[in-house]
Design a protein around this ligand. Sequence first.
Ligand SMILES: Nc1nc2c(ncn2[C@@H]2O[C@H](COP(=O)(O)OP(=O)(O)OP(=O)(O)O)[C@@H](O)[C@H]2O)c(=O)[nH]1
Length: 457
Amino acid sequence: MSTTSLIWIIVVVAALLAVALVTGVVLARRRRISLTEPEQDKPAKGYQAGGAITFNAPAPPVAEPTRPAEPVERTGASPAPAPAPTTAPTPAPAKPVEPVEHPVAERTEVDGQPGVGDDAAVPRDSVKRGFVEVDLPEEASEIEEIEPTAGRLERLRGRLSRSRSTFGQSLLGLLGAGDLDEDSWTDIEDTLLMADLGAAVTDQIVTALREQIVARGVRTADDVRALLRDVLVDALHPEMARAVNALPHTNGSGNLKPAVVLVVGVNGVGKTTTTGKLARVLVADGRTVLLGAADTFRAAAADQLETWGSRVGATTVRGAEGADPASVAFEAVKRGVEAGVDTVLIDTAGRLHTKTGLMDELGKVKRVVEKQAAVDEVLLVLDATTGQNGLTQARVFAEVVDVTGIVLTKLDGTAKGGIVFQVQRELGVPVKLVGLGEGADHLAPFEPTAFVDALLT
Ligand SMILES: Nc1nc2c(ncn2[C@@H]2O[C@H](COP(=O)(O)OP(=O)(O)OP(=O)(O)O)[C@@H](O)[C@H]2O)c(=O)[nH]1
């Protein structure tokens, strides 16, 4: 091989090495960039995280109250005496406050990983304050007239009009249109899904309609209406007991105790409003009620409850903003037992960011209350306008407390009345009450037949 050829080979090899080196550097840079780019450009998703309201005494019912009942002072009821204090009296001698440990030991998510709904902050670690004396309003307001509770759902029927037009009327139109081909059944399914009935209930209803439309030999529009009515009522489980356990009852030792009702749910769903409306219904039925403002996260919530109380002449026990909700609940039940009221309604806070926090808080409220009297009813308040989100909340609450009844609020503000069907199926707990407006008497018992009739007429 000549020297010239050798030189050429060396030049070519050197050139190839240089090209490989440059390519390697470029690729390495690109790789580095491509690793960091998605991090910077990641979109900020955030977390996807007919009848009256009936009440029931859960324990063996007692015909006549026999307790030496200290009359309940009703704020604003009598002109002469000063109204009952709306704050707890002197606090019980408090134990020295231990620094609060992060409740890791009590966590259910023991793998140390944050779970859905977890938050960096643990609200319970914040310093808790005790009761404070709060000045009473100079003059309590007049006790209001309360609308009779019988036939409320009937009277409030118009308030379901949005659900009615989109849901009931569409179904009637589709079923009554004549020959039902597969496209028609798909439309029926879509209508049910759009109204928030969920896949399982939709399937159940469509199957029942398909079977019975043949079996019954449905011919006329009236037949269609009757069939649809029966199938929908059936899907709402009319056999479920829907009376609210809010009447006094005897405990193990034969003493009459007030019924204790806990009202739970996330903030903004209408807990305080529902508690106030329920107090009105009880008072209208001749019952004495004491309200416990255990939503201590927001002073305005306690003010709001106190206003509801004063409007019907019910005493409200409240704590300082940030006080331990369990201590307020305890004090409320204690006062209720001492005063011999029929019902203690406790409005709780839903502003807990973590499932663990929620579990701790509500569990503690329940445990502490039960030192005085059994908790007879845990009403979970859900906002009907939140659809699937409401169901997610329902699942979390059902894991945390033993929910015994559901109150579905804001049914007046949604075209998706079908959430009633789904939430009952999910929790296996009856919808007992429905909120149909912001008005003081816009709370009705949930009656499957009247509800379906309201949807279909
Ligand atoms: N349209 C309509 N509005 C309702 C109904 N129930 C409650 N609301 C309104 O919902 C809003 C929130 O109600 P609140 O009772 O303050 O809710 P909350 O769950 O106690 O909220 P926090 O105190 O923040 O935890 C208020 O404006 C109520 O008037 C209802 O059935 N229909």
